[in-house]
Ligand binder design. Structure first.
Ligand SMILES: [Zn+2]
Length: 58
């Protein structure tokens, strides 16, 4: 499944301010399936690229 990577500046407890990333499914058809996938993906936390720890984002 094709994905897009979202990047957001967040705060890792170990590394301080980092560019945290997460992968989300791209827009596909049917949109309702995609909407469900994206809703689930939105629950995926951003993660530190250095250590993989969940990063708190504003
Ligand atoms: Zn880290």
């Amino acid at each position: 499944m094709p994905t897009e990577t979202q990047t957001r500046r967040g705060r890792c407890p170990t590394h301080g301010t980092v560019e945290a990333t997460r992968d989300l499914p791209r827009i596909t058809f049917p949109w309702v399936v995609n909407w469900i996938r994206r809703t689930l993906a939105e629950r995926h936390p951003f993660r530190c690229p250095e250590c993989g720890t969940t990063v708190q984002v504003p």
